[in-house]
Design a protein around this ligand. Structure first.
Ligand SMILES: [Zn+2]
Length: 112
């Protein structure tokens, strides 16, 4: 299992927290940030992190009834308002995993 990222790669507290939850204890240096103390994430764990944080995160944030849901895949470029997260974190995950984040929801077809 090769490490691609670690919990110390992220600026966002929530992402760091989630990464610590699912990452493995491993004192090798992170290939991205060089940290030895961060919980290490394999490609699969990084995907899981992205899913937990962005997809479930947006689902939990439905205060207004019809909040857009963020999904991702390897075919699309990132096209979400990432101001609520740290741009660098989103870019890091997107670039590492080769995926883009975008909104999925019935209301969005009208927003162009
Ligand atoms: Zn790292």
């Amino acid at each position: 299992m090769s490490v691609v990222l670690c919990s110390n790669c992220f600026v966002d507290q929530g992402l760091r927290f989630d990464a610590e939850q699912i990452g493995d204890e491993d004192d090798s240096a992170c290939p991205n940030c060089g940290s030895t103390s961060g919980r290490k994430l394999s490609m699969q764990k990084a995907l899981e992190l992205a899913h937990r944080f962005f997809v479930w995160g947006t689902l939990n944030r439905v205060d207004y009834g019809a909040a857009p849901v963020v999904v991702f895949n390897e075919h699309q470029k990132t096209d979400i308002d990432i101001s609520q997260w740290y741009e660098k974190d989103v870019e890091l995950l997107g670039n590492t995993l080769g995926i883009g984040f975008f909104y999925y929801g019935p209301n969005l077809w009208m927003l162009g």
